[in-house]
Design a protein around this ligand. Structure first.
Ligand code: AMP
Length: 122
């Protein structure tokens, strides 16, 4: 699986284009989606260069894997969506490949919330 260093999220990670940052740590960067599909729509991306979840799960270190999962939860808490902080819940998902509808070839988890998200798949 070849990683395209010029994908839009790689450019955001390098600071070449701006983002509306929500959270950042050693392992992840989170920012608001440019074209929100729900009242709250955030993206959480690993800092390492991984095309998708399969690439990540086969190549990332255990620390990176833990860092990403914890990062998703931290962002949901920071946005007030998580039940841990008395929010009303949210959905997190990753699109993978053509049938998954993935447009940007850098692994990212979407976080949708702030309202009822609706059916699982439409
Ligand atoms: P996916 O279809 O899962 O690859 O989702 C890609 C997401 O990235 C879409 O929801 C886009 O709206 C979002 N997106 C694309 N470019 C940017 C950008 N420059 N800043 C923030 N979000 C973006």
């Amino acid at each position: 699986m070849t990683y395209d260093k010029n994908n839009i999220f790689a450019k955001i990670l390098r600071g070449e284009i701006p983002c509306k940052k929500i959270y950042e740590d050693e392992y992840v960067l989170a920012f608001h989606d440019i074209n929100p599909q729900k009242k709250v729509h955030a993206l959480v991306i690993p800092k390492g260069s991984y095309v998708n979840l399969d690439d990540f799960s086969s190549k990332a270190s255990e620390k990176e894997i833990v860092g990403l999962i914890k990062g998703i939860s931290n962002v949901a808490q920071k946005l007030g969506l998580s039940e841990v902080v008395k929010g009303e819940g949210y959905r997190s998902l990753a699109n993978i490949g053509k049938n998954g509808g993935q447009e940007v070839p850098h692994l990212h988890f979407h976080i949708f919330g702030g309202e009822r998200v609706g059916k699982m798949v439409s």
